[in-house]
Design a protein around this ligand. Sequence first.
Ligand code: SF4
Length: 475
Amino acid sequence: MGALVPKKPRSPSSAATARAPIAIGFVSLGCSKNLVDLQVMAAELHQGGFDIGVEVDEADAVIVNTCAFIEDAREEAVSAILGACELKKNGRCKAVVVSGCLSQRYRERILKACPDVDAVIGVDDLRRIPEIVSKALDHPRGEPVVAVSSDLPTHLFASKIPAMVLTGGPYAYLKIAEGCQHVCAFCAIPGIRGKLRSRTIDDVVAEAKAILAEGIRELDIIAQDVTSYGSDLKDGTSLAKLLRRLDALKGDFWIRLLYGYPAMVTDELLDVIASSRHVCRYLDIPVQHSHPDILRAMHRADTLKHVPGMASRLRARIPGLTLRTTCLVGFPGETQAHFDHLLEYAGREKFDHLGAFAFSPEEGTGAFARREEADDIVAENRRRKLMRRQARIVKSLLDAKVGTVTRVLLEAPPEEDGRWEGRTEGQAPDDIDGVTYVAGVPASARPGDFADVEITGHGDYDLFAEWRSMSGASS
Ligand code: SF4
């Protein structure tokens, strides 16, 4: 994701200012969890009387919300920061503020590599953004403002109502927890975002109600691992309980679960999904690998008995389930035999969606000391091979959908070819899984409407469909 212009703020402006408000531009990078943090900052700025509806080249201050997950993400972030700093030389911009995982983790390096940056802000300090932007603008040539209150974040943001949704579509991300309780040997997230902190069910439900009242038709439940939700609270809070409460809300909408952990998927959770009215028959559960040696080396030994046969087990519990997973190849010590095991596993399990990543050594992780054992070229070749195998699986799964009738959430009206863009229950937003292009939709349709469509064909990952009827409320 790149430069982001909030279209229509969903929260009211409370501060009337005599002079023109300070204009803020956003560059949004990284995952949906990062976008939620940006929404928190945008809401604070809007409430503080700042103008948040401008392009970056029309902004007085630019906020670059960064990702630091892997080396590629850090490079993208530094290039976006340098691009924003150029605007200070050639445009209206007077201050560049860097937020997100990169500023939390590598603030000194950012300030050294990008001396024109005016402020860095940590992930515990998001709500201070109006004050930080004002300070950065007041001292354009002074020392940069460093607002990183803790090396390991501990804060948990309760909902602010009305909520601000910046996805640009009829869906919203609902972040139910911060941090992560696992210690996967390749992952820097627990060191950047801290330990698991879950919001209360009441707080999440209040935010969900406010978002649905704005006309949003899909709630995407996110966290580093949604299936661990509540385990830190020690009061019986769980994802299954949260889903029951959300499922009881009125209206016609979908709930989608993203990012689970194989060992944390309980029978109770599967029963709730199978019997719910609103929860999509969709799960995203990264297995990362199939071979026991590699799972142990990844510090994911607790998933050993959950990974084999996972897809068939889950599909038996939830008929019609769409299953996404993620695999990491080229982990230090991964032999050809380990990789062949993973290839066979993917061929057997036939995940509907599979993303493959090549190992990237991350400072502060268990695997960093073993980085010499990893070979970038071998890892990249294995990643491509796994994705080629998956492409064949996807083709046969999509072939089988042709001729079926399914429900689609209409998202974007036609531009040139007359087809609406929408998504089925099996397609998560933000181009994660592909989309469905629907022909023949009546002119009265609006983004956020549900329609029943017949699948007529497919591309590599997208579906093509013909409109049949508008789809009534399911609640
Ligand atoms: S579960 Fe996910 S976020 Fe947590 S440590 Fe493992 S890979 Fe990282």
